[in-house]
Design a protein around this ligand. Structure first.
Ligand code: SF4
Length: 236
């Protein structure tokens, strides 16, 4: 039975956030109705019919991860919006099976909702703050729940396109810090740029300097895959 609506499965290196540089198999689900203006995965928005059974999906994941005991045992479940209610039964089933096989599982969460049955099971949650430049309403309740319940195995990520975005995240951070004095969850700022664009150095430098000026509560991390695949560094 086909249960999984999959855009693609591929081995690559994590390009953003605190796990940057970690090789992992990306399992990218189809379907997202959140509609971020600066989304770089619009080809995953459509809710298509399931195209993989569990066995088919596992065999593609295992083929991508390698065949011997040195196989890559990291999975990133992403999309689309893998936590859209339509996907929950499928993600739960996949996560349980992958955990039984010893994989480390990260999920890319849009920040719209916390799904306890999945977050309890997996190893790491990358949770978005939707900044004003995304055009999407930020879900404060969901972020507080994430930090309270899953803060020790999560990061909070925000795409920063301008000063307004930066101030928005700083306000949220300040509020959460007051309510959670032993806050351990890393907050990551991701300077916004598209594949094919030149790296916006002025934006990146401004974010770094603003962060330093307020005592550096954030990590500023570029999307390295976009740097690598946007620029011509010559042959190896
Ligand atoms: S949640 Fe992710 S996939 Fe959905 S629109 Fe926003 S950036 Fe794109």
């Amino acid at each position: 039975m086909k249960e999984f609506a999959i855009h693609s499965v591929y081995l690559a290196t994590e390009g953003e956030g605190v796990r940057v540089g970690t090789p992992q198999v990306f399992v990218r689900f189809m379907g997202c109705n959140i509609g971020c203006i600066n989304c770089d995965s619009k080809d995953t928005w459509e809710f298509t019919e399931p195209n993989y059974s569990l066995d088919e999906l596992l065999s593609v994941i295992e083929a991508e991860s390698g065949v011997n005991e040195r196989r890559v045992k990291n999975i990133s479940i992403t999309g689309g919006d893998p936590l859209h209610p339509k996907h929950i039964p499928a993600i739960l089933k996949l996560s349980k099976t992958l955990k039984q096989k010893g994989y480390f599982i990260n999920i890319e969460a849009s920040g719209m909702r916390v799904v306890d049955e999945i977050f309890d099971l997996i190893d790491f949650v990358s949770f978005d703050i939707k900044t004003p430049s995304t055009g999407v309403k930020f879900n404060e309740k969901a972020l507080l729940k994430l930090i309270t319940q899953y803060g020790e195995k999560a990061q909070v990520k925000a795409v920063i396109q301008n000063r307004h975005d930066f101030d928005f995240v700083y306000d949220i951070y300040t509020k959460i810090e007051k309510e959670t004095p032993d806050l351990k969850t890393p907050f990551v700022l991701t300077p916004c740029f598209e594949p094919g664009e030149n790296l916006p150095k002025v934006l990146v430098q401004s974010i770094v300097e603003l962060n330093q000026a307020i005592g550096a509560p954030f990590k500023v991390i570029l999307q390295q895959h976009k740097v690598i695949y946007s620029s011509d560094f010559g042959n190896f």
